[in-house]
Design a protein. Structure first.
Lengths: 189, 109
């Protein structure tokens, strides 16, 4: 068995916010009819979370489910559990027109935390990050400077960012510069 | 900067999150069609001063294609709508009519 490593091996940098690669994360792409009863039941049974509303992320005891597009969800779970989740979802959705695939190693995950986390994200993405506009439970696919990325916010105002693994170094460098010491914007607090 | 609302995910996306995908409502002519129709499908595009219908893709977002109706002179956006349609919704046509009475664009008016 090969030794599985995350894209940047858990690198971190701290300035006005702490930017860290969170390490391995299980991710499963689910495509199909999101409104179907079977989909809702399968996710409830396997993850413990319901189908999220448009641009939302819902969480359950075994992970979270993020809305990616009108026919696509991203299930986020433990890295080791991804294959089991795929098998369980495939079994639960047998007969339906769906695609369930393990994409855990396709992406890198970063965490941006600290008082100025909103500022840091707002510097690199064309998204309204005012506290009343972006709240816990929202999922936003967008771009970070020149590459596609997506992020959501945890309860403690820390952000989790996902991007493709091939651009992990770029995104980390970008976030590191955006969170450099002394670069506070202070627009949101 | 141009800001369009993606009809699928509801995001008010600015231009850099989107990708322009040319003219909307093109009718395909493939094998078996005559040369003139095929040429028109491939090359003949509207280049209006005023009302225009375009296809956009929310490329740095939900990834879906949608249509937008806007004015090329004032940059006013009349609305966006899903791409699974053969003509613009009446509500958007009415909005355009209010601003540009007697407008026409290809077969729409």
């Amino acid at each position: 068995m090969s030794n599985v490593v995350s894209a940047l091996n858990g690198v971190s940098r701290s300035g006005i916010a702490v930017v860290e690669e969170t390490g391995l994360r299980g991710m499963v792409t689910v495509r199909g009819d999101l409104a179907s009863k079977a989909m809702g039941k399968a996710l409830k049974d396997v993850i413990g979370a319901g189908v999220p509303e448009v641009r939302q992320i819902s969480s359950g005891d075994k992970g979270a489910v993020a809305w990616m597009s009108p026919d696509e969800l991203l299930v986020i779970c433990d890295h080791g559990a991804a294959d089991e989740v795929v098998a369980a979802l495939n079994a639960a959705l047998a007969g339906a027109h769906v695609l369930v695939v393990n994409v855990s190693d396709a992406r890198a995950v970063f965490k941006v935390s600290g008082q100025s986390a909103r500022d840091v994200i707002a510097k690199v993405a064309p998204v309204d990050l005012a506290p009343e506009a972006f709240e816990v439970g929202m999922m936003r696919r967008t771009r970070f400077a020149q590459v596609p990325a997506a992020f959501w916010m945890n309860a403690n105002e820390s952000f989790e960012v996902i991007c493709f693994r091939s651009v992990a170094q770029y995104v980390f460098d970008l976030l590191a510069v955006a969170s450099a010491e002394g670069s506070e914007v202070g627009f949101f607090n | 900067m141009l800001t369009l609302q993606c009809p699928y995910c509801g995001v008010w996306a600015e231009e850099t999150e989107l990708h322009a995908e040319g003219e909307a409502h093109l009718k395909r002519f493939g094998p078996g069609s005559d040369d003139e129709a095929f040429e028109a499908y491939l090359f003949m595009r509207e280049n209006p001063k005023g009302v225009h219908f375009e296809r956009w893709r929310h490329s740095n977002g939900c990834g879906k294609f949608f249509h937008a109706a806007r004015s090329t002179t004032t940059l006013e956006v009349f609305g966006t709508y899903p791409a699974q349609t053969l003509e613009p919704p009446q509500e958007i046509k009415d909005k355009i009519s209010a601003k540009y009475p007697g407008w026409s664009w290809r077969e729409f008016a």
